[in-house]
Design a protein around this ligand. Structure first.
Ligand code: SAJ
Length: 426
């Protein structure tokens, strides 16, 4: 196996992977269609929420082991290994859009030569390897397993811990033939000390989707129980904490909704596939509905809390703490904050937005200073559990607020001492 490798798509997943390959000795060329992405990588201003990654990117760029570019020829011309890490979104009808994947494959086809290995890391609907990827590459006249080699090595790294998980997580690799399997295992063994499991492509595709469906359904269960227990006046967090003492129970955390680029999308890959095979899934679809309803539940909680202090909505100032889709990331894709802020804007006098890691406001008024965002606010809504928010003593925040103001805590981070009659939580 030669040591020249191309990564197509150097975003959230592709960049850490390209960096890890570069740090382990490969000459890596990263290709992206987004000039800003390339600029940020070359300037060393990458992702504050992954500090170790930042350091390592700077190192491999400086040493010349990683080069990132918008130029296809420069990125693909001398490589023997191609790793695709492009996004595979769904449209408004929840149907998958594989355009980025297909165009990456078409680009690779132009450079494909005998002996090359192509790896797909992007999450894909079941059957994509067999019915989309393989035929597109075989259009070159080359055959998988004899002329070139092909593997699906689904990514499973956890945002906030990506670099560590790229090198230590167990991997699942799906291939059509033994030689592809052998080459893919050899490739990942260079960077990963976890167990590398091999299987067929369909199984690997379904393993990846199952992981995120499992998490989505479990979060939905926690959210539904939170709503039921709230109505009963019971403390969901305490119940979860105590129930999880049973070693066979692992209830997840309720929250303002499920965001990010994976969980709001991947279950639809399975729902659509099930329908194609004549089965109407009930549980997985219901879980999606429960999770999608949480921003509205949060919105109603904000309205209820304002009513509780007899504050007219149209005169109210609401402060949102945390716009990213979860704590400690700077990623706002599919963040529940978007829906909540956009629905508050027309009914509330002022929506203030503060986040330690993101400048996004979704139309609200941006506040760099936390205290400034609190003073004069009628309702402080906490939407994510970033470490900086967790470290706050909310008694101090309470001192900045008037007696006739409320805190809505969707992620259970306000310290017990600051939970008074004007404290609301999910
Ligand atoms: N969330 C809850 N309650 C919880 C856990 C999460 O409401 O108990 C919310 C988060 O706040 C966030 C959303 O769910 O809005 C998703 O966050 P997450 O931490 O569950 O997952 P992601 O999207 O950051 O990463 C997931 C991971 N999948 C699993 O853990 C099964 C990651 O390992 C995958 O690599 C990633 O999806 C992906 O790319 O598929």
């Amino acid at each position: 196996m030669k040591d020249r490798l191309s990564v197509i798509g150097v975003g959230y997943i592709g960049l850490p992977l390209a960096t890890t390959f570069a740090a382990s000795g490969f000459d890596v060329a990263g290709l992206d269609v987004n000039p800003e992405t390339i600029e940020r990588i070359n300037n060393g201003t990458i992702d504050e929420s992954e500090p170790d990654l930042n350091k390592m990117v700077k190192k491999v760029i400086k040493s010349g082991k990683l080069k990132v570019t918008l130029n296809v020829d420069e990125a693909l011309k001398d490589s023997d290994i191609f790793v695709i890490c492009v996004q595979t979104p769904v449209n408004n009808n929840h149907e998958s859009n594989l355009n980025h994947l297909k165009s990456s494959l078409i680009l690779i086809s132009k450079y494909l030569k005998k002996g090359d290995l192509i790896v797909i890391e992007s999450t894909i609907p079941p059957g994509t390897m067999e019915f989309v990827v393989k035929p597109l590459l075989e259009d070159t006249g080359f055959k998988v397993g004899s002329d070139f080699f092909l593997a699906y090595c689904c990514e499973n790294v956890f945002p906030t811990n990506i670099l560590e998980e790229t090198t230590h997580n167990d991997k699942i690799i799906g291939c059509f033939d033994a030689e592809s399997s052998k080459l893919a295992v050899k490739l990942y063994s260079r960077i990963n000390d976890g167990t590398i499991n091999t299987t067929n492509t369909k199984t690997a595709e379904l393993v990846k989707i199952s992981e995120n469906v499992f998490r989505d359904v479990n979060i939905a269960l926690a959210n539904e129980m939170a709503i039921i227990f709230n109505n009963m006046g019971a403390d969901i967090r305490l119940i979860i904490q105590l129930a999880n003492h049973n070693k066979r129970v692992n209830i997840h955390n309720p929250g303002p909704g499920v965001g990010g680029s994976c969980l709001p999308k991947d279950p639809y890959f399975l729902i659509n596939a099930a329908k194609k095979h004549g089965f109407e899934p009930k549980l997985i679809e219901a879980a999606r509905k429960v999770n999608n309803s949480m921003p509205d539940y949060t919105l109603n909680l904000i309205k209820k809390s304002l009513a509780n202090i007899e504050k007219n909505q149209s005169d109210a100032i609401v402060t949102i703490l945390g716009v990213t889709y979860k704590g400690d990331v700077n990623d706002t894709r599919n963040s529940p904050a978007k829906e909540i802020i956009e629905k508050l804007l027309p009914i509330i006098k002022e929506v203030r937005v503060h986040d330690f890691l993101s400048k996004e406001t979704f139309g609200g008024k941006s506040f760099n200073d936390l205290n400034d965002s609190i003073i004069g606010s009628d309702c402080v809504v906490i939407l994510n559990n970033s470490t900086e928010y967790q470290n706050i003593d909310f008694r101090k925040i309470r001192e900045l607020m008037t007696d006739k103001s409320v805190i809505v805590d969707t992620v259970n981070i306000v310290n017990i001492e600051a939970r008074d009659k004007n404290y609301f939580s999910i």
